[in-house]
Design a protein around this ligand. Structure first.
Ligand code: GDP
Length: 331
């Protein structure tokens, strides 16, 4: 059996940018075994000072919009400018559709082969809160390993986008020109966290439909952002397939990071750190509580009763909480 590497051995190897060590470190933070969790905490503590220097960019959009094609060419263009790119993909559906590890290698074929790129799907096991935890922790490890651009890709739509937006500095939305009034089902909550919109598959930049879509999006965004003078969300036209429009993406990102000024990013990161703390604490408290076999049994029995319609969800929760209170008071 291969010897486990201790956090003391992993930390310097990750700092040196060794990919195998980084991959092992990420496996450690993904593990739910108690010993691994303890090691992961030590590793993260050792590397915490090395994190936080990268540009954290979220990329989102409905399946088929061209996210992988875009990240593949965009990632290479970052590397051509001297950067190092790590891509972490959150795919809540990968559990159902089978592992996405192989998929990611073929989805971004050029980037996946590049020595200055690191691509890794974030496992979807468990609740979204768990995915957010491992993604955040993996991101810190990538930063410690010297990746200066971290792309968090959300493959699913909806909840995972919001989770991703809560861990990045700049959130990019890819959409299509034929989005229509519905904006492809993009909900208000999501529009509000977007920093840059990219209309992809505009192979001909003069395409009138694309220009119309751009105007519609600008109007919609303008209405949402009437009170925000911090950053005006640009809407860019791009063809990932033809590598067109990438310069404008870089320009706007540079603008964002220069003008979003350390102030805005620091503020975002502080809010995110607070959210992270709260998420983590809730998850851990629940885990500690569930170490109690009695509570677990209660949970299952009541769930069954709710399923059978014997008891209302509200009454079932109340019964469990009542018992929990009594137990806590006894201590
Ligand atoms: P994802 O599901 O969002 O990751 O989308 P993919 O990157 O897999 O792209 C879906 C399909 O759209 C693929 O067949 C791509 O080749 C194609 N595609 C991606 N970008 C463009 C583009 O800019 N122009 C055109 N014509 N096709 C594109």
């Amino acid at each position: 059996m291969k010897r486990r590497l201790t956090p003391n051995e992993l930390a310097p190897a990750i700092r040196r940018g060794e990919r195998r060590a980084l991959a092992k470190g990420i496996s450690l933070v993904e593990s739910s075994r108690a010993q691994d969790r303890a090691d992961a905490h030590r590793l993260l503590d050792m590397l915490r000072g090395d994190g936080g220097k990268a540009r954290r960019i979220g990329v989102s959009g409905v399946p088929g919009v061209g996210k992988s094609t875009f990240i593949d060419v965009f990632g290479i263009s970052v590397i051509e400018k001297g950067g190092k790119v790590a891509v972490l993909s959150i795919d809540p559906s990968s559990e159902r559709t089978g592992g996405s590890i192989l998929g990611d290698k073929t989805r971004m074929p050029v980037l996946a082969r590049h020595e200055n790129a690191f691509i890794r799907p974030t496992p979807s096991g468990g609740a979204l809160g768990g995915v957010a935890r491992t993604t955040r922790e993996s991101m810190l490890l990538c930063e410690a390993a010297g990746y200066d651009t971290i792309i968090i890709e959300t493959v699913g739509v909806g909840q995972s986008e919001v989770a991703a937006a809560r861990m990045v500095d700049c959130f990019l939305l890819l959409c299509l020109a034929n989005a229509g009034d519905e904006l492809q089902g993009i909900k208000r909550g999501i529009m509000e966290v977007i920093d840059i919109v990219i209309i992809n598959k505009v192979d001909d930049p003069k395409d009138p439909a694309a220009r119309r879509a751009r105007q519609q999006l600008l109007t919609a965004l303008h209405m949402l952002q009437a009170n925000s003078d911090e950053w005006t969300v640009p809407v860019l036209l791009c063809s990932a397939l033809r590598r067109q429009g990438l310069d404008a993406v870089h320009e706007q990102l540079d603008n964002f990071f220069a003008q979003a000024r350390r102030g805005l990013i620091d503020a975002r990161r502080r809010v995110q750190a607070t959210q992270w703390f709260n998420d983590l604490l809730k998850t851990e408290i629940l885990e500690v509580l569930l170490e109690d076999a009695g509570l677990q049994a209660q949970w299952q029995t009541r769930e069954q009763a709710v399923r059978e319609g014997v008891i209302s969800p509200h009454a079932a929760v109340e019964a469990i909480v009542e018992e929990l209170r009594e137990k806590l008071n006894r201590h």
